[in-house]
Design a protein around this ligand. Structure first.
Ligand SMILES: *Cc1c(COP(=O)(O)O)cnc(C)c1O
Length: 364
C-alpha cells in the first residue's frame, strides 16, 4: 500500500491506525449490519459514539465541568459570525488581535455586528510575528477578546496565551487544538474546524463556558445560537455523524499515545528538527520571527521562484506531498499536525539537505 507524507494544511493527514479502524468497521459497525454513515443520529449506537467522543475530548483537554462541548457544522468560518451573534450582545464591542488571513476574516465578519477594535496587529510585517498583548490594551467593557492561537497560513503561534482578566477570551484554535496541553479555563470559548488536527472536514468543535450561552439576540437564527445546540446535545438537527465518529477514533488514538503531554513533546521534537534544518540551510529560511514560530505549520522560502518550483516537484516525486506554500507567503509550507509521523519530518529534512547540495553545485 502506497501512503505519502502529506504536508497539507487542511484537510490533512489522519493517523493510519484510525483510517484502518474506520475501514474495518466501514460496512458493518459493531454487528449492526450498517455503516456508521447509515446510522440514525438518534440511535443507541450513535448516542454511544457522540457521548464517548465528548467524554474523551473532555479527558484529553481536561475541560472543566462548567464548559459545554458542541459538535457542529459550518466550519471555523461560521464561527466568525456565530461568536459575535452570541457574545457581542452586552456592550456591543469586542477587541480582536490581527495575526493573519484568518484573523482578518474573523474581524471583517464581526464588524457587521458591532464595534470591533483591533488592539494589536502584525500586518505591517506581513504577519511574521505575534504582537504583544497585555491587559492594559484590553477594553474592560469589551464583550470578549478574539485571538487566533495558531496562524495556519503565516506559520505563527502564541508562545503564551494573553491574560484578558475578566473579559472572556475567544480563540480560533483550528490548527493547533490538541497539539499541546492548554489550560481551557483561560478561555471563554474555543472553536476549531476539524479538518486540521481532529477529523475529516465537516465537523466543527466548540468548547464554551456555560455562562456565555443564552445571550444571543432574539433575531439570531436558531442554527447559529449556541443555546440551541447546548440544549439538544448537538442533536438539534442531523450533526456530521461520520465526522464525529472519526473524531472519536482520533481521540482514542491520542489517548493511546499518552495524551496531549506526549503529543506536545513529539510535536516540539518534529518542529525543532525542521527549524534546525532551516537554520543551517544556505538556501531556505523561515520568514517567521523566532519567538513566534508555529509547531504545526512551517513556511520556508528560498527567494527564487525557480528553486521553489523545482523543490516542490522533486519532493512530490519522493512521496512528500502538498508542500507548496500559501500564495500570500510563497515558497513552501510543511504542515506537521499530530498525525504526521516523525519519520515524515525526518524524510523532509533529509530531502532538504540533499536538494540544497544540488542547488549549491549548480550555482558554482
Ligand atoms: C482552516 C482555518 C479556518 C477556516 O476553517 P473552515 O473550517 O474551512 O471554515 C479558520 N481559522 C483557522 C485558524 C484555520 O486554520
Amino acid at each position: 500500500m502506497k501512503r505519502v507524507f502529506n504536508f497539507s494544511a487542511g484537510p490533512s493527514m489522519l493517523p493510519l491506525p484510525v483510517l484502518k479502524k474506520a475501514q474495518e468497521e466501514l460496512v458493518n459497525y459493531r454487528n449492526s449490519g450498517m455503516s456508521v454513515m447509515e446510522l440514525s443520529h438518534r440511535s443507541g449506537l450513535f448516542t454511544d459514539i457522540i457521548t464517548e467522543a465528548e467524554r474523551l475530548l473532555r479527558e484529553l483537554m481536561e475541560i472543566p465541568n462548567n464548559y459545554n462541548v458542541l459538535f457542529l457544522q459550518g466550519g471555523a468560518s461560521q464561527q466568525f459570525a456565530m461568536v459575535p451573534l452570541n457574545l457581542l450582545t452586552k456592550n456591543g464591542k469586542a477587541d480582536y488581535v490581527n495575526t493573519g488571513s484568518w484573523s482578518k476574516k474573523a474581524i471583517q465578519e464581526a464588524q457587521k455586528y458591532g464595534d470591533i477594535r483591533v488592539i494589536a496587529s502584525s500586518e505591517e510585517a506581513n504577519f511574521t510575528y505575534i504582537p504583544e498583548v497585555d491587559r492594559s490594551m484590553i477594553d474592560p467593557e469589551a464583550d470578549y477578546v478574539h485571538i487566533t492561537t495558531n496562524n495556519t497560513i503565516e506559520g505563527t503561534a502564541y508562545a503564551t496565551i494573553p491574560d484578558t482578566g475578566d473579559v472572556p477570551l475567544v480563540a480560533d484554535m483550528s490548527s493547533n487544538i490538541l497539539s499541546s496541553e492548554i489550560d481551557v479555563s483561560k478561555f471563554g470559548l474555543i472553536y476549531a474546524g476539524a479538518q486540521k488536527n481532529i477529523a475529516p472536514a465537516g465537523l466543527t468543535v466548540i468548547i464554551i463556558r456555560e455562562d456565555l450561552i443564552g445571550h444571543a439576540a432574539a433575531t439570531c437564527p436558531a442554527m447559529l445560537h449556541y443555546k440551541t445546540h447546548r440544549d439538544s446535545g448537538s442533536l438539534y438537527n442531523t450533526p456530521p455523524t461520520y465526522g464525529i465518529y472519526m473524531a472519536k477514533l482520533v481521540f482514542e488514538w491520542l489517548k493511546e499515545r499518552g495524551g496531549l503531554k506526549e503529543m506536545e513533546k513529539r510535536n516540539q521534537e518534529k518542529a525543532a528538527l525542521l527549524y534546525d534544518a532551516l537554520e543551517e540551510s544556505s538556501v531556505f529560511q523561515s520568514p517567521v520571527r523566532k519567538d513566534s514560530r508555529s509547531w504545526m505549520n512551517i513556511p520556508f522560502v528560498s527567494h527564487s521562484a525557480d528553486v521553489d518550483a523545482a523543490f516542490i516537484k522533486e519532493a512530490q516525486a519522493k512521496g512528500l506531498e502538498t508542500l507548496k506554500g500559501h500564495r500570500s507567503v510563497g515558497g513552501m509550507r510543511a504542515s506537521i499536525y499530530n498525525a504526521m509521523p516523525l519519520e515524515g519530518v525526518q524524510t523532509l529534512v533529509t530531502f532538504i539537505k540533499d536538494f540544497e547540495k544540488t542547488v549549491i553545485e549548480k550555482r558554482r
